[in-house]
Every structure is written in structure tokens, then in C-alpha cells.
Design a protein around this ligand. Sequence first.
Ligand code: NAD
Ligand code: IMJ
Length: 257
Amino acid sequence: MGIVQGKRALVVGVANDKSLAWQIAQTLAKEGAEVALTYQGEVLEKRVRPLAAQIDATVIGELDVTNDAQIESVFAALKEKWGGLDLLVHAVAFAERENLRDRFLTVSRENFARSMEISAYSLVALARAAEPLMEACGGGSIITLTYLGAVRAIPNYNMMGVAKAALEACVRYLSIDLGAKNIRVNALSAGPARTLSSSAIRDFHTMTHQVEERSPLRRGMKPEEVGTMAAAVLSDFSSGVTGQTIYVDVGFNIMGF
Ligand code: NAD
Ligand code: IMJ
């Protein structure tokens, strides 16, 4: 018996085998859940399909989170397939490259809005679409992924830091609305991990080296540790936990020096 045995999970944000969403999807499958994946556009579909096959997951459809029609059709397909939904994983973020490099104050109105839409509003849109399906199974659990740059000023994280601050606030307000339906909403704040989203970052190596040197556990975070914590927070073992930002960062965030 796995810790999420028989639960039905939608995982949004798998791009390749390095994605944190893929770590989560694999752990959920191993722990007994049925998993559905989405993909952002045709290019990523080619990467997601073979991964889905590895864990017997269903590729439920294309999902660009800025596209309301795609959100609607993915949840319609889930309703058709399962009649309900227990778990939702949101692992989506975007800022223009220049807004993770140049001075923060140069961000345009348009880029600011787009980054907030994709990285924060999308959780609200997906939670709203999931609500009736989760209500049909007597409740559910939703997680999103965030980063320390939401609450501390981390060089270059810039626009994403602002979007993650909004995302963490969305988690708190969604948890009030959905708590009445026994749906929990939490964020996992992960340490630096090598993925498509971090590969282009200057000084990434220095960043991970600092974590290895200074964190209480004196090592870097293993990507699998995001998968296992996600399964724990999605499972009924955490039935008393909602609205939280939980750090999966080998303790780095507690350090004052
Ligand atoms: P990743 O590049 O594998 O995943 C990012 C995902 O966002 C991709 O699957 C991409 O398709 C998706 N995405 C972007 N715009 C989208 C849109 N408009 N519609 C649908 N999907 C869209 O990188 P990752 O590091 O696994 O990122 C997953 C999450 O983890 C992000 O929220 C990121 O901020 C967060 N996170 C990453 C790290 C890290 O160091 N890698 C640390 C903490 C938190
Ligand atoms: C991203 C930028 C700057 C510093 C950073 C990061 N540090 C870490 C990240 C220290 C760990 C990775 N991270 C936590 C993210 O949330 C990344 C989000 C992201 C990355 C890209 C790169 C490519 C692109 N747009 C992006 N949008 C969001 O074009």
C-alpha cells in the first residue's frame, strides 16, 4: 500500500526528465496514485509522452495555463475519465529572461503582468477548475512550487521573486475558500535544483555550492526530496496542514549568517 494509493492526480509542469514535476509524478505513481500529465505545446509533448509511458500515466491534453479553453478541456477530460480528482500539482513559472538578469526596476508593465499571470494567477485558475471534481470525492489536496526568493531578496530572481510572493499569498487565500470543501492548498519551497528553468542562470553553481557549505544538512537538496515531500503533503498523512509554505531546502532558509 502506497501513501497515495488509489488517488487520482493531475500534474502540470513536466517539461523533461529534470523537471521537479517529473520527480513528483514518479513518486506519486510509485506510491500508488493514478497520474495524468499535461504538456505545454507540441515541442514538449514529444518529451512528455515517453515519460508518461514510464509510469503508466495518461497524457490528458495540452495545457498552456494562459489559455482558458485548454484549462476547460483538460478538466472536462478528467471528469470524463475519472469522474473526480484527488490531487493537483502546479509546477509552472515564467519570467522573460531579461527580467531574471537586468535591473528589476526595468521590468515592463507587459512583462510584469505576463509573469504574474503564468506564475501566480494560474494556480487560482487551476484550483477553481479542480474544485467541483475534488468536491465530488469529498475533498482533495493541491500543491504548488515556490522559492525562497519570494521572501528574501535573491540576486537576479527579480521578477520571479515578486510572482512567487503573490503565489504564496494565493495559497493562503485559496486555502480559506477551499478549506470548507476539505480541499487543502500548500506550497513547497524547494532549494536550487538543476532543471530547464535554472540552467540559464548565472552563478547557479556558486548558489548550490553556498547551500552545500552553509545549510544545516551541509549538502544540496536532492530533487527526489521534492518528490517525497510532495507525496507526503498530498497524502492524508498531512490532513491537518493547509495554507502553508513548507521548505524542502536542507534547512537553508533558517540561517541568519
Ligand atoms: P521546468 O522548466 O522543468 O518546469 C517549468 C514548467 O513550467 C515547464 O514544464 C513549462 O512547460 C511550464 N510552463 C511555463 N510557462 C507555462 C505556460 N504558459 N503554461 C503551462 N506551463 C508553463 O523547471 P522546474 O525547476 O522543474 O520548475 C517547476 C517549478 O519549480 C517552478 O514553479 C519553479 O519556479 C519551481 N522551483 C524551481 C526551483 C529550481 O531550482 N529548479 C527551485 C524552487 C522552485
Ligand atoms: C532563477 C533566476 C535567478 C536566480 C535563480 C533562479 N535561482 C534559482 C532559480 C537562484 C534557484 C530557479 N527558480 C527557483 C525558478 O523559479 C526559475 C524560474 C524561471 C526560469 C526561467 C529561465 C528561462 C526563461 N524564463 C524563466 N522563467 C522562470 O526564459
